[in-house]
Ligand binder design. Structure first.
Ligand code: SF4
Length: 367
């Protein structure tokens, strides 16, 4: 175990739920609820006693700016004053383009945030409207420009593919459009149709791309970005040189992190645990001590076998690869010989082609 630690803050508030969203987030909350929730996050941060060095902080959601930007700034101030921060500690705030203006971004920059992750999702306004997003592509471009103009030199954008009515060419256009905004990092995920979401209810009437088209969209993403100066450093993530997300790399390297907020996950002191997806309960239970120990005491320690499986599965998500046990070497060599990656000194590192079949690769090396 290293002496490093990442922190995650979950802010489960949104203007309205997007039609595909199965994350824990609540639309339209009163400011009084947000204030109490902020107080809970603040207290919980004070309760965490650690001498570990904080290498990344991530405010995710939901829509973190809806907590109110000055409250996010107060949390950043608190974190910086309470913990030992690494010299280049990455502090990311996720934003929905419609929920921040230039002044908000300036406040975040001045407080010490140094990375902005913008939920762009698509450059096709018709598709954005059809999945219930509250912004259009123009809003996203403005948000990225504003972030750049106040001094953010590390900006990430999220895209979604395999959306209803999305063609390979249509998605490729979104990739080119987002690239033209000069972002430093792009993550792209295929649409998951989760039970209980409006898109799930409407699924029979929607025109989803078939499996072949979905694979071609992912293929187009990999080809366009890798030909244009981005490295495909993780299954879903692409970065210009030096802009890989430290926070995400910590997850894939099985580094530890502590999650604050309702529905936040932690991997801390060798245990994985989470808090309930319930804002009011989180507020209630946050008053007198660190919330996690309730879960923490009952969380089962990860067994050695589980830890080894996690290490291999997570490690194969990145192009840094993972050291494999000797009994998996023969299969790893076959995988590399088929052009899915490189196998050298016991380390198998997948490439874009390999990432596309990572589930099969995992089952071949976890023997
Ligand atoms: S903005 Fe994000 S978290 Fe909020 S509803 Fe949409 S997808 Fe879900």
């Amino acid at each position: 175990m290293t002496n490093n630690l990442s922190l995650y803050y979950h802010v489960p508030f949104c203007v309205k739920k997007c039609d595909y969203c199965a994350f824990y987030s609540l639309p339209n909350q009163d400011d009084s609820v947000k204030e109490e929730y902020f107080n809970a996050l603040y207290r919980q941060t004070e309760f965490l006693k650690t001498d570990r060095t904080i290498t990344s902080v991530y405010f995710g959601g939901g829509t973190p700016p809806l907590l109110k930007v000055d409250r996010l700034c107060k949390l950043i101030d608190l974190i910086k004053s309470r913990f030992t921060m690494s010299e280049n500690c990455e502090i990311t705030v996720e934003v929905n383009p419609k929920t921040v203006d230039r002044n908000d971004l300036l406040m975040l920059k001045n407080a010490g945030a140094n990375r902005i992750s913008v939920g762009v999702q698509s450059s096709d306004d018709r598709i954005l409207a059809s999945i219930g997003r509250i912004h259009n592509f123009g809003d996203a471009v403005k948000c990225i420009k504003d972030a750049r103009s106040v001094g953010f030199d590390n900006i990430s954008a999220d895209l979604i593919f395999a959306l209803p009515d999305q063609t390979v060419d249509g998605f490729a256009k979104s990739v080119y459009d987002i690239m033209s905004t000069n972002v430093d990092h792009i993550s792209a995920y295929s649409l998951q149709i989760e039970e209980g979401t409006p898109i799930y209810e409407r699924r029979e009437s929607l025109n989803f791309p078939d499996e072949e088209s979905e694979e071609s969209q992912y293929g187009a993403l990999c080809e366009i970005l890798t030909k244009n100066g981005f490295s495909h450093y993780e299954i879903s993530s692409f970065a210009r040189d030096g802009f890989e997300s430290k926070h995400n790399l910590n997850y894939w390297a099985r580094g530890e992190y502590f999650g604050f907020g309702a529905g936040a996950h932690s991997f801390y002191m060798g245990k994985r645990f989470s808090t309930p997806c319930d804002v009011m309960r989180y507020i209630q239970l946050s008053g007198t001590s660190l919330f996690a120990p309730t879960d923490f005491d009952s969380a089962l320690p990860i067994t050695e076998t589980e830890a080894e499986e996690e290490r291999i599965m997570l490690g194969l998500r990145t192009n840094r690869g993972v050291l494999l046990p000797v009994h998996a070497h023969e299969n790893a060599r076959r995988i590399a010989d088929l052009g899915y990656g490189i196998f050298k000194d016991g380390v198998l590192a997948l490439n874009s082609k390999g990432f596309r079949v990572s589930n099969q690769v995992i089952s071949m090396v976890l023997v």
